[in-house]
Design a protein around this ligand. Structure first.
Ligand SMILES: C=C(O[C@H]1C=CC=C(C(=O)O)[C@@H]1O)C(=O)O
Length: 445
């Protein structure tokens, strides 16, 4: 969009540094599922877990970048926006004031454009309070809570998507990587690992859900949020899903991550065997090895950036409706740099991405091999997705268990599996189906 045209439309061109004005005010407390009452529009921005999070509406500024410098460029833009904007934050908590939602391409060579989006209205809820943030880019616009509430009410009331139109025939079709080619790439991956150049490789595949009527995005998100309450439900510009894995969450100088690796399908679990998950995950050498590689890669990167770190010796079993995972929660106090600042959310997202849970070990060599064996542009799948505020707080999950909406009636789903020397191709293929199940069920497939 040219700057002339964007001036006419009232939205700055992507990448221009807008001078925003923003106000945040506390709202009456919401019930536990109150935030989901705002997940009505299919075009909302959403970040939610266990009733906490934010729902964003509209867009007052947008940044786009591609290539190896996408994180650094996003950081520079966000710092400039924060410096240029007037923010009246009457709540002063993580996620209040000006925020941007973001998604980043998995690979520096992806054709997917990484982006940050500053919404016009944000409704938020945490364990202490609820709030609304209103942001305008037009210097003449009224900046008041009354204007925000009126605009929000209109956005929610006037919305009536036509989900019922269409053929009514829904189907799941093969994506760029068929089941056969996936089995073949896992076989090759195991051989590469056996040759000793890498120890772990995460191989993904895709499938396309073609629906007979437009995707009811908001309904899918509400269903994911309610059913997968331990996951972070996200929706940013056509990338939707519910991820169980937290790349990094920052509150002040505390950074936290939830590392997952090691998976067991619940659909094929024998009934009445209470110790099954414990035995098959915690006591299984292959699964523990796969998990340890993911933990080591995170702690090696976090160590030099922190003054103290709490990484458990033993993982726990995370139970989701579709699978069990081996999981570890890592917490660190970020060390101040020479200028007294701590690394920002985007600094950390860049350092940690891609983790061994989505790429492999060692990272660089595994990345090269995965590009070769998968031969697919992952787009934003397995890249960071989440939000940042202007105080350095934020949350970036890993964009897993989701998909990219490619047209009003089609969405490309992705799933990958950690491959180690002991991996069985057929079991990995089955695991990839188990990881697509949350989206398939939410889509009614
Ligand atoms: C790569 C994915 O999952 C990762 C996260 C948790 C467990 C994984 C595993 O056991 O293979 C994967 O490393 C995915 O869901 O597409």
């Amino acid at each position: 969009m040219t700057s002339q045209l964007s001036a006419v439309l009232g939205a700055p061109a992507p990448g221009a540094v807008p001078q925003l004005r923003s106000i945040t005010i506390q709202r009456p407390a919401m019930s536990e599922h109150g935030l989901l009452d705002y997940v009505i529009r299919d075009d909302s921005l959403v970040w939610s877990r266990r009733g906490e999070g934010t729902v964003g509406f509209g867009q007052v500024a947008r940044f786009e970048a591609s290539g190896p410098e996408r994180f650094a460029e996003a950081r520079a833009w966000w710092d400039a926006v924060a410096a240029a904007s007037e923010v009246e934050d009457n709540v002063n908590q993580a996620g209040t004031g000006l925020i941007a939602y973001g998604t980043f391409a998995f690979s520096f060579s992806s054709s997917y454009v990484s982006r940050l989006i500053v919404p016009r209205i944000v409704v938020g809820r945490n364990d202490a309070c609820s709030w609304i943030t209103y942001t305008v880019s037009d210097p003449a616009a009224e900046l008041s809570v009354e204007a925000a509430e009126a605009e929000l009410a209109a956005l929610l009331e006037d919305y009536s998507p036509e989900h019922e139109l269409g053929t009514g025939i829904d189907r799941l079709v093969a994506g760029q990587i068929s089941e056969e080619s996936y089995l073949e790439s896992v076989r090759k991956g195991v051989s590469v690992i056996e040759s000793g150049s890498i120890t772990k490789l995460v191989l993904a595949r895709d499938a396309v859900a073609e629906l007979g009527s437009p995707i009811a995005v908001a309904q899918v998100l509400r269903q994911l949020a309610l059913r997968y309450s331990d996951c972070w439900t996200y929706s940013v510009d056509g990338l939707i899903g519910a991820t169980p894995e937290m790349l990094v969450r920052v509150r002040g100088d505390i950074a936290e991550a939830r590392v997952l690796a090691g998976t067991l399908d619940r659909a094929t679990a024998p009934s009445g065997d209470a110790d099954y998950a414990h035995r098959m995950l915690l006591e299984d050498e292959k699964q523990r090895h796969e998990h340890q590689l993911a933990i080591d890669s995170l702690t090696e990167q976090l160590g030099p950036l922190s003054s103290g770190m709490d990484a458990p010796d033993e993982p726990f079993v995370l139970q989701l409706p579709n699978v069990w995972h081996l999981a570890s929660d890592v917490k660190a106090t970020l060390a101040a740099r020479a200028d007294g600042s701590v690394p920002s959310m985007l600094d950390l997202a860049e350092v940690f991405h891609p983790t061994a849970a989505v790429c492999g070990t060692p990272t660089k060599a595994a990345g090269v091999i995965l590009r070769e064996l998968e031969g697919m542009d992952r787009g934003p799948y397995a890249g960071p997705v989440g939000w940042i505020d202007t105080r350095g707080n934020g949350e970036f999950g890993i964009a897993l268990r989701g998909g990219v909406i490619e047209s009003p009636t089609s969405i490309r789903l992705y799933a990958g599996c950690g491959i180690v020397a002991a991996s069985d191709p057929a079991a990995e293929l089955a695991e990839s189906w188990a990881k697509m199940r949350p989206m398939r069920e939410a889509l009614g497939l």
